[in-house]
Every structure is written in C-alpha cells, then in structure tokens.
Write a protein that binds this ligand. Structure first.
Ligand SMILES: [Zn+2]
Length: 201
C-alpha cells in the first residue's frame, strides 16, 4: 500500500533512484548528476577494484551547501575566496562520488578510473589505495552527525558497488583514517559505522 505523501516522503521521492536502488552503466551511476573531474587517470593494468573508502569534506570546514567541493574537484575553486582555501591552491584531487547533506549523489570520476582521494595510504600490505579503491565523500565534518538522507544514499550506493565489484565486501569498506592513520581523521567519530554496516546486510 502506498503511504500518504507527507513532506518527508515527497522530499525523499525527489532523491535519485533511492527506492529503486542504484545501477551502473559503463562506470557511471545511472540517473545521477555528473560533474566530470579532470583529476583522474587509468588504474594500473590488471588492478582489481576491491576497496571502498569513506571520507568527509566541507569547504570551508563545517559550512555545508554551495559548490566549493565540486569546484575543488574540477580545479575551478577560487582559492582567494576564503582564507582557508589558500592551502588548496594547486591541489588536483577528486573522489568518485560526493553525497551532500540532502543525500543527493554527484559522480565526478567513472569507477573504472583512478580518482585522487586517498593520497599516501596503506591497506594491509598494499600502498597507494587510489590504485584499487573507490572513494566516496560525505559532505560533513568529523564531529557533526551525518544526516539520515546521507546514510540512506550511502548504503544504497554501497550495495550497488558491492554487487558490481565483487572484491568489495563489508570488511573492505574503510574510512580514510584507517588507511592514512595519523595523517587523516575522516569520516571521524561522527560517522556511525554500526548503523552503516547494518544497512549493508
Ligand atoms: Zn578523506
């Protein structure tokens, strides 16, 4: 039975493909907004994709909304627009996906390509995690709780990626802090790993 449409369900219905689940065509999520980043290249030949890395980002930190993050990923951020942005000058970074506070997903890099999200990093005995991982940025900070909409989108997109890339299991989904300890802290204590992992089963 369809539920009566309240404000929440109307808002949820506007989120792309959440109820139907996500699908991938040629490395891109179907029906998801694309903003193509130049900050990507080929993965090493024969490298399988078997790690998912969860991050957070907001620019400036703690300010949500706006287009600063997508501009950063497309090398079009005006670094003189905010004192904090100066440290980003010249950086060429990207992630495959960004999930904003409303749960809306944007894709910047096709999954078969290598994005620049992990930096110096190690998973087990393997370094350079960008080579074999997919990176998802949550709009947020280490200490502000993520939104319900973000957990819903992240879980749905993660399930899709686990179907598509069989090497990505629950045990091979990590935070940036796990693969770059001491250097990175995201997604931070504000990320509820228990809630997220439960939603993947
Ligand atoms: Zn990160």
């Amino acid at each position: 039975m369809p539920r009566l449409a309240g404000a929440d369900s109307v808002r949820e219905a506007l989120l792309p493909n959440r109820r139907a689940g996500f699908r991938i065509d040629d490395g891109w999520l179907r029906h998801v907004r694309r903003v193509v980043s130049p900050n990507c290249n080929e993965r090493p030949s024969g490298c399988s994709i078997d790690l998912l890395v969860i991050h957070n980002i907001s620019l400036p930190p703690g300010e949500f909304g706006g287009d600063h993050v997508e501009r950063l990923f497309c090398n079009s951020l005006d670094c003189s627009a905010h004192p904090w942005f100066e440290r980003l000058r010249g950086l060429e970074v990207s992630a495959h996906l960004l999930i904003d506070r409303n749960g809306a997903v944007t894709q910047f890099v096709p999954f078969q390509s290598r994005a620049g999200h992990a930096g110096a990093s190690t998973f087990g005995t393997r370094s350079n995690c960008n080579d074999f991982s997919i990176g998802i940025e949550l709009e947020g900070t280490d200490d502000v709780p993520y939104t319900d909409a973000q957990y819903r989108s992240l879980s749905a997109v993660s399930r899709c990626l686990m179907r598509e890339f069989r090497g990505i299991s629950i045990g091979r989904i990590v935070g940036h802090a796990d693969i770059a300890p001491g250097r990175k802290t995201d997604p931070g204590p504000s990320f509820d790993w228990t809630r997220y992992r439960k939603a993947l089963r």
